[in-house]
Write a protein that binds this ligand. Sequence first.
Ligand code: MSP
Length: 694
Amino acid sequence: MPNRTYFITTPIYYVNDLPHIGHMFTTTVCDALARYHRLLGEDVRFLTGTDEHGQNIERAAKREGITPLELADRVVGRYRELREKLDFSYDDFVRTTEERHTRGVREIIRRFDAAGDLYAAVHEGWYCSPCETFYTEKELAGGPGSGPDRRCPVHGTAVEWKSEENVFFRLSRYQQPLLDWYESRPQPVYPASRLNEVRSFVAGGLRDISVSRANLEWGIPFPGRPGQTVYVWLDALTNYVSALGLGSDRPEDVELYRRFWAAGDVRLHMMGKDILRFHAVYWPAFLMSAGLPLPTAVWAHGWWQRDGRKVSKSAGNVVRPDELVERFGGDSLRYFLLREMAFGQDASFSDEAVIDRYNNDLANDLGNTVSRVVTLSRSAFGGRTPYQSCGDNPLIEVAGRAAADYRAAMDDLAFQRALESLWRLLADTNQYLVAHEPWKLIKTEGPSPRLARVLWNGLEATRIVAIGLLPIMPRAAVKVLHAIGAPVPQRLDAMAWGGTPVGAELPPPAPIFPRIDKEAYVAEAKQGESGPPAARKVEPELSSVSLGAFKALAIEDDATVLAAPGPSAPPAATSVATGGFEVPGEPNLISIDTFKQVRLRIGTVRAAEPVPKSKRLLKLTVDLGDETRTVVAGIALAYRPEDLAGKQVVVVANLEPATLMGVESQGMVLAASGDGAPVLLHPGEAVPAGTEVR
Ligand code: MSP
């Protein structure tokens, strides 16, 4: 009997943004599932990749003065680095600029054509050039019939009536087949609440969609339609089968496609809720038209939010994984993401929450349990696991239940619950140790059978926890297994009680999760982001995605043909940053009077020194002509203190003082802070210290 196959995919990520915690999260989820299913003995294939075509990418590259492919190569490089840092175990990374992908896209379009699902028609509507988006009358700022005042709801600028001929796909034909699919069992779209949203969106009526664009250079030329380029979402969605070899007649591609798609047991697409419509409406309709099997499950998870808004480039609140990985390790970050979010719902990211989980769950609960049982066993049993195992004690039942709960939760993609069951076992193990006091037995009885039993049980329960952690924290789980003298299993069955070897060597314990000073970390992290905490600004939430998302999404790109406006159509001011495109955010205009409230002055740095215990902070003594200020700046990774004396800087002179790592900062210096190191701003020519900047 061949093993059950399990094909799992992440969305393919846009290359006009560097990876942030949101992208990393979806890949982490898929990685944990891929590892879990490999441990179940299944034939797993895990696919991820990048979405490299379209106007947004073209425009981002132009802004940087490079070609779209150069931009894509650079971002792909960052994704590859992340793979190492976070131990992602994907089997394939597909890029939409690869030949194998173009071949798949051509094949799927050939099939649409054969099914009679393509026709040419005029696509028209109110068009905003900066958004490159069509809007309906209703969605325009000012509302319908607002005459010459028709304005883009995002930019507030005038829109123009645009009409171009495109290729259309007969989506309307698939309304009933899609509705039937939503009723199929097992449920094809998760979670259930999202399935209901999708169902009512489709039940509300589907209109045909345009699947080509005219005058777009950066994309796949539409076969047989000169001057037309394949619509980016049709291009992107096809990656799931092009990467498996659709359209290729090489025997190995034919076999790969057969094994994981045509004859595959599980075909699971994972994504954030922002792009569910594309995966639960368009993609299955495309597959139906092409005569190809549908995914067995489409799963939409919630968003990581920060300051009440979705973490995204356009909201300006991104969390880049690199520093967190450097500080906590990739495994700890994976643990945090899977433990903190109730899967399917939104969750809030904060530095405080990361460090609390790290110190409490990992350093304390897990790390201390390991070092306690290892240290005692080593000293009582000559550096080895105890000589006697035990088949009769209360931990056996507890561990059996924990393992069963863990598996049930992992099967439901309830990572939080899965980890909670492992942590309950850790807590019960600690309680067991406290009740039997091996640290006393060691003194009163020495290496007695009783002490051997107690410690062996402690090691064994810890081993079961570590096996459950293999999909979540692959490196740390292996470290724990090595630390407790246990082998690294290939199968999850090893969670059954009894696997700790007797008399195995125990290496001297080394801390797996050294504690981190919370106060210092939080202060530093905040300074590193955007200046002293007092200077951070939280913008109000502009839009939320639930059913509203479907309405809002409709205005994103294919408004004229897709929008199904209903009672919950978005207000004119809804931010339209969904559909996966990074649409520039709401213009956040301030008056000149507001700006004038900020007092900017030129200062001359007289001295600079590191702030003790901080990697990022420097303490600057800045001369403002009529006074001298102490300013703490997060620039230590970019500047050496000795190079700063004499430099002129721009100081925010009327900022509330803030204490950072014990040093009071009386202002803030301005620096250009993109993704790289901060670059201090200074006047082009020397000016007297204290000069106002206006
Ligand atoms: N290129 C499209 C997807 C095409 S798939 C055929 C796209 N790319 S994206 O770069 O914008 O990535 C979107 C995905 O990143 C989301 O679906 C989600 O999986 C993940 N996330 C991005 N920001 C996120 C959060 N703030 N929180 C959680 N996940 C989020 O859309």
